[in-house]
Design a binder for this molecule. Structure first.
Ligand code: SF4
Length: 244
């Protein structure tokens, strides 16, 4: 009953599926959008879809009854850091929460280099240069974003500083991939299959027992020990596979 279910998506199929997802019990929707300029977005996301497809998806989520959509933008120096202010400008007054995420070394195919990380403090400074902001308290235990509000009340913006200020000690996120594996950390290389159990078990308590065991056994704190682990041989799971 108190399980908080959220999905992270590129949004392009929401027009078809948002209503069904809402009816199935999904609580929250997060859509990735790394820029509002179409050419920049396509370059940053390496996607055949343009900005308008994602914006249509956000509209579809609202229409399906998701109370407010979170919009995630991963900021990379030299790629899309000039999109911070335009994104805030676009979503001001929409009621959606815009969140800027430091570029992380998730997976092994995103070509991560430290030189492309734009620290959250720099993102905040860019926003503050245009609009006065005030800090908001965390919305709940396990909140990963530093919450800011434009002083005129027109927008809430979150800053996720996984690189410059890790928050593993309050991390409460388990992630379920589209093929039915539960990962207890964004950076884990293996997950636990639950699809087999869901399709094979007749006892409803089995899933609960499995999740309790998996979650109870976790000791993930990758971001906090990143420097020691970046040379490990096993490849972490890709961001596009695990969601945000
Ligand atoms: S690195 Fe893993 S444990 Fe740390 S905040 Fe990210 S998902 Fe949570």
């Amino acid at each position: 009953g108190d399980l908080d279910l959220a999905m992270t998506t590129n949004g392009v199929l929401l027009g078809r599926h948002a209503a069904a997802l809402r009816a199935a019990g999904l609580d929250r929707m997060t859509v990735s959008l790394d820029g509002i300029d179409d050419a920049t977005f396509r370059r940053a996301s390496d996607s055949p879809f343009g900005v308008s497809a994602v914006l249509d998806g956000i509209d579809a989520a609202v229409e399906a009854g998701f109370p407010r959509v979170k919009v995630n933008a991963v900021v990379r120096r030299g790629i899309n850091e000039d999109q911070v202010v335009p994104l805030v400008e676009h979503f001001r007054g929409s009621g959606h929460v815009l969140r800027f995420i430091e570029f992380m070394d998730v997976g092994s195919t995103n070509g991560w280099t430290g030189s492309e990380v734009v620290p959250a403090a720099e993102i905040r400074a860019a926003i503050e240069a245009r609009w006065p902001v005030e800090e908001l308290p965390p919305s709940r235990h396990g909140e990963v974003a530093q919450r800011l509000r434009l002083r005129d009340g027109s927008a809430e913006v979150g800053l996720i500083s996984s690189m410059s200020s890790p928050f593993c000690d309050t991390c409460t996120r388990a992630r379920l991939t589209a093929d039915g594996r539960v990962h207890t950390c964004l950076f884990s290389s293996t997950g636990t299959d639950v699809r087999g159990l869901l399709r094979g078990s007749r006892r409803p308590g089995d899933l609960h027992t499995l999740l309790r065991r998996v979650w109870g056994g976790r000791d993930d704190r990758y971001s906090e020990v990143r420097s020691a682990l970046t040379r490990r041989a096993d490849a972490p799971v890709e961001m596009s596979y695990i969601g945000g």
